[in-house]
Design a protein. Sequence first.
Lengths: 358, 314
Amino acid sequence: MMKRNRLKFTIISILVGLLVGAFILLAVGFNPLEAYTIMIRGIFGKPKYISWTIIRSTPLILTGISVAFAFRTGLFNIGAEGQFIIGALVATLVGYFWNLPPVIHAIVAILMACLAAAIWAGLAGFLKAKFGVNEVITTIMLNWIALYLSNAIVFWDKFKRPNSEASQKILETASIRLPKGINFLGDFFRAPVNWGFIIAILVAILIRHILKNTTLGYQLRAVGFNSDAAEYGGIDVKKNIVISMAIAGALSGLAGAVHVLGVTEEVSVLAAMEGNGFDGIAVSLIAANSSIGCIFAGLLFGGLKYGGYKIQPAMGAPSEIISIVIGIIVFFISMPKLIEMLTTLRARRKRGGEIESK
Amino acid sequence: MERLSLNDLGLIIGISLMYAAPLMYTALGGVMSENSGVVNIGLEGMMTIGAFVGTTVAYFSGSPWLGFLMGGLAGGVLALLHAIACVSFAADQVVSGIAINFLGPGLALFLSRVFFDGATMTAPIPLQNKIPRPMNNLFTKGSFLDLVLNQYATVYLAFLLVFIVWFLLYKTKIGLRIRAVGEHPKAADTLGINVFRVKYLAVILSGVFAGLGGASMSIAVVSNFRATLISGQGFIALAAMIFGKWTPQGSMWACLLFGAAQGIVVYLGGTDIKVSSQILEMIPYVLTLIILMSFVGKATGPAANGVPYEKNEA
């Protein structure tokens, strides 16, 4: 499909999503204009809100790139959720237990988190390559194993913070936050601004480069496009499946690491999945599996979630409307055929009108 | 370590059955849809809306059975969306399913806040309005048979449904049509089968079953809906369906395995064996991975699963 068309479909889907959301709000007695105004003010009203939106979007951008990367190579990484959990856990462990100089500590924590999550996801790739086990089922299982593993380790008495449902905080040296007290751009730096967003942009560019300009990327895409043809062409399909899952895992692990090192500084006991990985699937779909697109889709998603959260206290409207809007957006993105039909219908009617008026 | 008594075993089996039932309904939903060639990753969302609608209708009407049916219906409505996208508009089925997984929980929590004064938790239905237990008071309280058989009616219905779906798929004309459409839609079309109608039927039924699964959770296993009630069970049912190689009976065994793990976790929680409950909770998933690796191997679904069927395609 043409790239420009794809962008057009995406924009139409987003508009339809917001419109349906407005109707639903109206149906249960809330003023949709008021709700969307609160949301927009909640995102752009103060510099601090903008920085919070970016902070909230960063992990979604990275899990989005993770899912998109796997999709491009023919794999469905439903396991971004678990890889995120592993990344967050390992980053916290390294951040708390190891004593390293500043900067180096953060870099080591990030690399270890990526490595652990790469192995975690690589396992799913290995099971698919070696035993032909569907990666959807293995990554779902690995998500749950990651969740309980993380909880078990948080409950470990050397790691758990007394009287809390969370781990110890990472050491100052492992933090990727910007130093406090920057008075620039109003209260922009009042939020926990960190290097995560810059890292996410660099990673998006790197992934695009790998897929487009390297032999590895060519092989991975070939496997995704037609694995039989790729194998005939001499590409080691099995090896590529493992590599692809491992890279996807590293990206989600990175998301977990920057979230911990930049924002939460700890991992909590998880009662249920938090959704960072599942949201990443939606981000990837909105971005049409383009890593650069994930930056924008992630910002959109993060903005909707952060701004949408504010309609609850402000007007009592359920903030879950955002999940519905996102669902509708993704729903329409799944059917380019419908939007294509609608737009050609409009064009035809327009043309018909012109002929009549002649 | 104390020895496992007969009653302990009964407790484990009983709890296993109770937790397996919601998964069974939902996995059967997956079986229906995917045998007709439509991938249904949206089971999670359909199950969630079923759980919410089921318990809410039961709460306001006072009738658990009406709630149960309405839960199924709600799942069916979401599935209709999935069917419209996947069957009529050749949508990417995974993408549409993901959309359903945002819509289902989103709608459930949204409506919960509307109906229950801003709470993401519905009011609990009174005990006498829960799904009945047909074999209550039949056996001595706490005896082995009582622990195993004194189940909510929805548990028995789940097993009945396994049989019904099996019979439908393998012993009736419509079942043959569903499978034909899933394996080779073009051939089925040539033979005069209305591919679209069959797919619609299978996908909607799949949502109904998933909705019943959710409702059987919120009206029987517990007595209200909350944000974390379903969280992930739809995906486990999906995994169980793949694990069961897309057959109703295979899915049933896989669901029983997940249920059994839950039963063991609950049992060990009540003894003085000190094992981290987190580690115990992990076991069924680890076990599934090992079993998949060693016994099941390559899981292949229906041949045309996930491929949109477009009639006028050359």
